[in-house]
Design a protein around this ligand. Structure first.
Ligand SMILES: NC(=O)c1ccc[n+]([C@@H]2O[C@H](COP(=O)([O-])OP(=O)(O)OC[C@H]3O[C@@H](n4cnc5c(N)ncnc54)[C@H](OP(=O)(O)O)[C@@H]3O)[C@@H](O)[C@H]2O)c1
Length: 259
């Protein structure tokens, strides 16, 4: 497989369109519904764009639309085509593609249009019920990345859930932390060296052992002072995470000792 048709013009399609230019693969077209996003992509990559299904054969159609739209897109693709999609959570079983070549091509990374990711370091999780096609997808992914895995839909779901905790929730907490500082007229970049150390320490050291802070120490008065400062939304998040940390380090704790 060498020629690819991309479906969608969001974060993943944008990254694939750019990054695949540097590989031996060729993106022959991009099909989407968002004309202005498609035109931006075309200006940046010169790849032909279409708002209706392109009448140009490719070796693989890579569907990079939001999870809830995958079934609808698949129904618009002729069953003779070979297709794969990039979702972590949509299972092969829930799709209704009448063709014989349908698979998963899930890149385990966080993609945004503003930042083009080097795909060589991105783990790719591959699956198809057609084992010959699964092998073709595996070999294709190996042309892009050094970390390619065959994984079924259930395992991929677990990986995606872990990714939501590691990336989406952590990133949201960073956003909340910075906007809290902004709200107190404090430069949010003051937190950046701490953030850097947090991630670096978690990567080289066991995050269980590396946990610090008032919840880890069970410094109740400090926790109460913090809660006094927070609005309802932040206070709820603070309480849930504090409870989780306290319980993690006190498996047999007395319930009266809990917050
Ligand atoms: N972003 C990540 O970090 C990441 C990582 C790994 C896997 N994924 C997976 O990759 C896929 C795409 O994610 P993304 O982040 O690129 O999403 P995104 O930036 O939100 O883009 C979604 C794309 O789907 C299109 N779309 C939405 N609803 C549609 C519909 N009903 N019919 C046709 N097209 C529709 C959107 O078009 P409009 O612009 O017109 O709405 C847009 O082109 C998802 O399955 C996601 O789970 C994402």
């Amino acid at each position: 497989m060498r020629t690819i048709g991309l479906v969608g013009s969001g974060n993943v399609a944008w990254n694939f369109a750019h990054s695949l230019l540097a590989t031996s693969l060729q993106v022959s077209w991009i099909w989407g519904r968002n004309s202005s996003a498609l035109e931006s992509l075309h200006r940046a990559t010169h790849i032909p764009i279409f708002t209706t299904f392109p009448d140009r054969a490719v070796d693989l159609i890579l569907i990079c639309v939001k999870d809830d739209a995958i079934t609808d897109i698949i129904q618009q693709i002729p069953p003779s085509c070979k297709i794969a999609y990039t979702s972590g959570t949509v299972s092969l079983q829930e799709l209704n593609f009448s063709g014989t070549h349908c698979g998963v091509f899930y890149p385990l990374q966080s993609f945004s249009k503003e930042r083009i990711i080097e795909l060589a370091q991105v783990p790719f999780l591959i699956e198809s019920s057609n084992k010959a096609f699964e092998n073709d997808l595996f070999l294709l992914a190996q042309k892009i990345s050094k970390a390619v895995f065959i994984m079924d839909s259930k395992q991929r779901l677990h990986v995606h859930i872990a990714a939501v905790f590691a990336n989406n929730f952590v990133n949201h907490l960073i956003h909340l932390s910075e906007s809290y500082l902004r709200g107190k007229q404090i430069d949010p970049t003051i937190i950046r060296p701490l953030l850097q150390e947090t991630i670096e320490k978690a990567l080289v050291f066991d995050p269980y052992k590396g946990q610090s802070g008032p919840a880890r120490r069970k410094d109740k008065k400090t926790i109460e002072k913090h809660l006094d400062q927070l609005d309802t939304k932040l206070s709820e998040i603070y309480k849930i995470l504090t409870k989780s940390i306290v319980e993690t380090y006190s498996p047999k704790t007395n319930p009266n000792d809990q917050l």
